[in-house]
Design a protein around this ligand. Structure first.
Ligand code: ADP
Ligand code: MG
Length: 456
């Protein structure tokens, strides 16, 4: 249990021999895999590794906001994780290197968004593998990138689960437009919009805030679900949305769920979001998973047997980010060990990706087992009671759902009638208590062995 959360020390001392890019890939993938439903990937992707030594990691970012956000939310986690990998106490430094004005004219370098977060230059249409599950969303995004602002595709709303390519697609539109046109493109995750908005109020800079949004041509808003329950930010979002929409500017919005599930969104805003097409991306089928792995291996010049690629594609079903993480791990391992990778070796290296997914357990299986064990009803678990008799079994459900099923946190939260943060906090509580409370550990073990009889 918990293999995914244990630090991956397969690299041993050799971790420090990896190049900066490989080190950063391993550490960031590890952090993202620990909490795949959060927006860690977005923020971590803003960090450009400049020098990752044994005890000092230096990064740059392009915006002050990004530096502040990352330092506030991720600094200690980053330092702690990096220290475990390098085996030394690591200090992290983040420096702001803003995009240089006029750079393009002198050096013909790529244009960058005037504000907001920078785009990942690998997120292009060429690097996006198209299959059954993402074809429509891809076609719509491609169309918008060729002719932004047309009524038929405005706003474009793309939704789908974690790690299915929404951010890749929305940024591909941005990258294509920055390259082929003169339009001003701005990419902002909703979380970032909130942060900027609150700062603007605090510093009395609302009119500057509004003015700057008024001057953009294409607005890419990622992870809109983050503001659905924040009334004042949603109001301001609506204001910006209307200003841009009414002047024929293009808006693309990504969300982890369809618009009508963005409760408690105001109906007025909901109806605005539904003005344009709503495109869903569903989990990739085996064919697409394999094609993505092949493409990534090819791009990285990684010589890996088709048998191993097929194994990964078969086992990792729900999430493209995990496919990439698994491949990155094998790649880094091979590059420092100079050994031909075999299937059994790959299986062993990938237990933290595939281990817990070998079961087909569902949230419902876990709920039933926990209720049976405590002799309480599922209704109680889903209900409001907070006393220990109900709260603890509920937290055990959260813990076991995360450990034993491949369900995303949003789904666990929905099944238990709880919020996303409540599930994370319940999960963490049990995880911590398991370290000290032997009775609890025994109990959780018993339920687990009933759910996974063949493993015991
Ligand atoms: P989301 O925003 O939906 O959570 P991302 O866009 O961040 O997902 O995608 C996760 C990772 O998977 C990214 O590294 C992205 O490049 C990759 N990815 C997703 N879909 C595809 C695809 N169709 N082809 C190639 N890579 C993909
Ligand atoms: Mg995303």
């Amino acid at each position: 249990m918990g293999a995914r959360d244990q630090l991956n020390l397969d690299f041993g001392d050799k971790f420090n021999l990896l190049c900066d890019k490989e080190k950063w890939e391993i550490i960031s993938q590890h952090l993202i895999a620990q909490d795949p439903d959060s927006s860690r990937d977005l923020w971590l992707s803003q960090l450009k590794p400049v020098a990752l030594g044994i005890d000092r990691f230096i990064f740059t970012v392009s915006a002050r906001f990004a530096k502040e956000w990352i330092e506030k939310h991720y600094l200690s986690l980053l330092e702690e994780t990096a220290s475990k990998f390098t085996g030394h106490q690591v200090k992290i430094e983040i420096h702001v290197v803003p995009p240089q004005k006029g750079e393009r004219k002198r050096t013909q370098k790529k244009r960058k968004p005037p504000f907001g977060l920078s785009l990942n230059e690998n997120y292009t249409f060429e690097n996006f593998v198209v299959g059954q599950s993402n074809r429509l969303a891809y076609a719509a995004a491609k169309d918008v990138s060729e002719r932004p602002g047309r009524k038929t595709y405005n706003p474009l709303f793309i939704h789908g689960g974690v790690g299915l390519g929404k951010t890749h697609l929305i940024q591909a539109v941005g990258n294509a437009l920055l390259e082929s046109s003169e339009v001003e493109v701005v990419y902002v995750p909703a979380e970032y919009f909130t942060f900027e908005y609150v700062e603007a109020i605090k510093n009395g800079k609302m009119s500057e805030f509004r003015e700057k949004y008024r001057n953009i041509d294409v607005w890419l808003v990622d992870d809109i679900q983050f503001i659905a329950d924040k009334e004042r930010t949603t109001e301001e979002f609506f204001h910006t949305f209307n200003t841009l929409y009414e002047t024929g500017k293009q808006i693309i919005i990504c969300s982890d769920r369809p618009p009508e599930e963005l409760t408690p969104l105001h109906p007025r805003i909901l109806s605005r979001l539904k003005h344009g097409p709503i495109m869903g991306i569903s989990p990739p089928d085996l064919e697409l998973r394999l094609a993505i792995l092949q493409k990534k291996a090819e791009q990285e010049n990684f010589n890996i047997s088709p048998e191993i690629l097929l194994y990964i594609a078969r086992e990792i079903k729900t999430n493209i980010r995990d496919l990439e993480g698994a491949l990155a791990k094998l790649m880094a391992w091979t590059s420092i060990n100079n050994t031909q990778l075999t299937l059994p070796l790959a299986e062993e290296l990938l237990v933290d990706y595939i281990g817990r997914k070998q079961t087909n357990l569902t949230i419902d299986d876990v709920l039933k087992a926990v209720c049976r064990h405590f002799n309480i009803s599922q209704r109680l678990i889903r209900g409001k009671r907070k006393d220990k008799k109900v709260a603890q079994p509920r937290q055990i459900c959260m813990y076991l759902c995360r450990e034993l099923t491949s369900a995303p946190i949003t789904e666990i939260a929905r099944a238990l009638g709880r919020t996303h943060p409540a599930v994370i906090s319940g999960y963490n509580k049990i995880k911590e208590e398991l370290q000290r409370d032997k009775e609890l550990a025994k109990l959780v073990q018993e339920i687990t062995s009933k759910l996974l009889p063949s493993r015991e």
